[in-house]
Design a protein around this ligand. Structure first.
Ligand code: NAP
Length: 251
């Protein structure tokens, strides 16, 4: 018996990076995964990798900032399974820059993906999650939600909102038997961090600040995601699990 046998999981932004690693691990643990992404091609490629490995996956282009995309996703999952057990709000973007130079358009995009997207999915998927024996929403925040990091004030503000939303929704959704928890990653080697980590000085600084002596890989997040998705976390809601190699403990 695998840990997510028979569960229906939706993972946003799972064409690449952390979302892809979570989608692949969920499928390996027995879930049917809805691999959704702004990029339909990477979503399909991830779903194919899962199917090749013997797992179950459906790919769909979903921009979390577009209400009609989310409505279409909810309809498709409802018609295929009539419920969802797990929603991972992973899709996110990073805009670097000091606040004084941030444009309205940049802030709008940051907030409509990183905050509005999480709100919309969490609201619109509730009817599906309520039908689960044990619904679970997992929001991907960041250890930077509680810290100042230059020049990322706007990005960290969006992650702070995700952390706050997790607590509020945990209270609101408990009566529907839907848990809501956060995973807070440290520095993970993905497309989002690639540009910064190419700078040898920045990489060295971050590795030196990580007690475990290395930055994270997307696969490092998957154990925490399986825990919150599985029945091992039935009494956890409003929790945050930090996965950062000890970085935040040492700051
Ligand atoms: P990534 O490699 O850039 O992957 C993000 C994925 O989300 C991409 O497939 C991207 O598609 C997709 N996406 C972007 N906007 C979207 C939208 N509007 N609708 C649907 N999908 C969208 O980044 P990652 O590092 O895996 O990040 C995943 C999550 O972890 C994010 O929420 C990020 O803030 C968070 N996080 C990452 C780190 C880190 O160090 N990497 C640390 C803390 C938190 P495209 O490629 O087409 O843009």
């Amino acid at each position: 018996m695998q840990r997510l046998d028979g569960k229906i999981a939706i993972v946003t932004g799972s064409g690449i990076g952390i979302g892809q690693a979570i989608a692949m691990r969920f499928a390996a643990e027995g879930a049917h995964v809805w691999v959704t992404d702004l990029n339909g091609e990477t979503a399909e490629a991830t779903a194919q990798l899962i199917r090749k490995a013997g797992g179950k996956a459906t790919a769909m282009l979903v921009d979390v900032s577009k209400g009609q995309d989310v409505t279409a996703l909810v309809r498709a999952v409802a018609s295929a399974h009539d419920r969802a057990d797990v929603l991972v709000n992973n899709a996110g973007i990073l805009v670097r820059g000091e606040l004084r130079t941030l444009t309205d358009a940049e802030w709008t995009r940051l907030s409509e993906v990183n905050i509005d997207g999480v709100l919309r999915l969490s609201r619109d998927c509730l009817p599906l999650l309520r039908k689960s024996a044990a619904g679970s929403i997992i929001n991907i925040s960041s250890i930077m939600a509680n810290r100042g990091l230059r020049p990322l004030a706007a990005y960290t503000a969006t992650k702070g909102a995700v952390t706050a939303l997790t607590r509020g929704l945990a209270v609101e959704y408990a009566s529907f038997n839907v848990r809501v928890n956060t995973i807070a990653p440290g520095y993970i080697e993905t497309a989002i961090t690639e540009r910064m980590l190419k700078l040898p000085q920045a990489r060295k600084l971050l590795v030196d600040k990580t007690p475990m002596g290395r930055l994270g890989f997307p696969e490092d997040l998957t154990g925490a995601a399986v825990f919150f998705a599985s029945d091992d976390s039935l009494y956890c809601t409003g929790s945050e699990l930090v996965v950062d190699g000890g970085m935040s403990a040492s700051l």
